[in-house]
Design a protein around this ligand. Structure first.
Ligand code: F0G
Length: 462
């Protein structure tokens, strides 16, 4: 009995071979850096950051197997052997016959949107993602959020907050007609909802619905392996299936997918369009030449494609994903011990602090999440990201801010980069900011670019 209880810890399924030293800064240095960055963590110099949880995008540590692959990059302009190896792995892991590489996810989103959308169309999706929606809108569509209501409530512990609400889908079809809906844009796990997965049951229902109404179903498979992991852990009937098998089954319900390889694939750059549809493939293959480069490199070096192909083999390994989700869970449970309000259930790639609750004295137009991210940086050099009113941008019709229900700060975990000790330091910093939260003042926006404003906007303290 006692023996069983002792063996409950787990650790990284690797040992560390190369290290990158990080600079330690003082609080007054960080005050200055934050002010210069307009209190926008995107505008900080990475050198001034201690633990960088801005994003899990392109911030991964590659394995020795991937680095070894970088040495056999075939840098031919056309027909690189790394491209063909990557294509084989796209078929093997995503089960899609056709493939076009892109330099990163939003390039894929751009092309898929341009190919699939006609001006005046509607794109339903399980909550917006910033770059996804902007490309859908630039192609002339209106994005319609059809995620389940639970996803908009940070305290709701429903396991499948990434699910699509079919009643919302049916309502949209009734209002605008299926002909105006070229495809459903389904992501899993849902980044902006807190890394929340959809269930296989929901995906099958969405698939049947789309089939009935002759609407295509496209997948933002950027973190699909995490979604597969949650299905394995939580959904009945999947315990004995491998992540690889679950991923393949998920993909089988989609007409096509795009991927930001900078996440699941454990690389620093790259993107994918993959589809079952030959016509769409041919259009994408032609378009990529205009925007990215020849269809056998899509804006990437041969060595990048080799690292992606090898990363794909590692992304489905259970121990890798267990480490990843396990770290996020550990962090969340530690924060809960201090009473810090977080989005629940704990998601796949990040902990999301509920800034509305954390800084409940600040109205949303004083940017509580932006303020909190800046405060955490100044406290300890930990860099997080706003996911609230600044990220939501303006309504193209009214020009007013969009006021999202979720006003969050995202602490995103790069893959295989930080240890449990880093997490402990970060948790203590956030707990100390939480203890003095009542004294924190909000921000006002003083500079705002037109597109994806959160990346470059600037603020001043009120
Ligand atoms: N889709 C999802 C779900 C994403 O999270 C991202 C990027 C993209 C598409 C776009 O891919 O960056 O390669 O162009 N997310 C990053 C993040 C930026 O921090 O969440 P990209």
């Amino acid at each position: 009995m006692a023996k069983k209880q002792v063996k409950k810890s787990w650790a990284e399924p690797f040992k560390i071979k190369v290290v990158e030293p990080i600079k330690m800064t003082t609080k007054s240095e960080r005050e200055k850096a934050a002010k210069e960055a307009g209190y926008n963590t995107f505008l900080l110099k990475s050198e001034d950051v201690y633990i960088d949880l801005l994003t899990d995008s392109g911030t991964n540590a590659m394995s020795d197997y991937q680095w070894a692959g970088m040495m056999i990059g075939d840098e031919a302009y056309a027909g690189s052997k790394n491209f063909y190896y990557l294509w084989d792995n796209v078929k093997k892991y995503y089960g899609m016959p056709y493939f076009v590489p892109t330099h990163q996810g939003r390039a894929a989103e751009h092309m898929v949107s341009k190919i699939m959308i006609k001006p005046g169309d509607y794109i339903p999706g399980n909550m917006y993602f910033t770059t996804t929606r902007v490309h859908q809108e630039l192609a002339g569509a209106t994005f319609v959020d059809v995620i389940v209501d639970q996803a908009h409530d940070p305290a709701n512990t429903y396991a499948w907050k990434g699910n699509i609400d079919l009643k919302k889908m049916a309502k949209l079809v009734k209002e605008v007609g299926a002909k105006k809906i070229p495809y459903v844009s389904m992501a899993g796990p849902v980044n902006m909802a807190g890394g929340q997965p959809f269930s296989m049951k929901n995906l099958k229902d969405v698939y049947e619905f789309c089939k009935k109404h002759k609407i295509k179903l496209w997948f933002d498979a950027t973190r699909a392996c995490e979604n597969a992991y949650f299905i394995k852990e939580k959904e009945k009937g999947y315990k004995t299936k491998s992540v690889e098998q679950i991923l393949k089954e998920m993909c089988s319900y989609f007409d096509g997918l795009w991927v930001s390889a900078k996440k699941d694939l454990l690389v620093n750059i790259g993107g994918i369009i993959a589809t079952k549809n030959k016509k769409v493939y041919e259009e994408a293959r032609n378009m990529v030449v205009v925007y990215e480069g020849l269809h056998t490199y899509g804006g990437l070096a041969g060595r990048d494609m080799e690292a992606m192909a090898r990363g794909m083999e590692e992304m489905v390994e259970y121990d890798n994903i267990h480490l990843r989700v396990g770290q996020v869970e550990y962090c969340g449970h530690q924060l809960e011990k201090y009473g810090v309000p977080i989005v629940k259930p704990i998601g796949g790639h990040a902990i999301f602090l509920d800034a509305k609750k954390f800084l409940s004295h600040l109205p949303q137009d004083q940017f509580p999440a932006q303020t909190l991210a800046a405060e955490i940086y100044i406290d300890s050099g930990v860099r997080a990201m706003e996911r609230g009113i600044a990220s939501a941008g303006r309504d193209p019709e009214t020009g007013d801010h969009r006021y999202p229900k979720l006003e969050l700060v995202r602490l995103t975990f790069p893959r295989r980069v930080y240890t449990q000790a880093h997490i402990d330091v970060m948790v203590e910093s956030i707990a100390s900011v939480y203890a003095r939260r009542k004294k924190i003042k909000g921000l006002k926006m003083v500079y705002e670019p037109k597109y994806l404003r959160f990346f470059q906007c600037k603020f001043e303290r009120l």
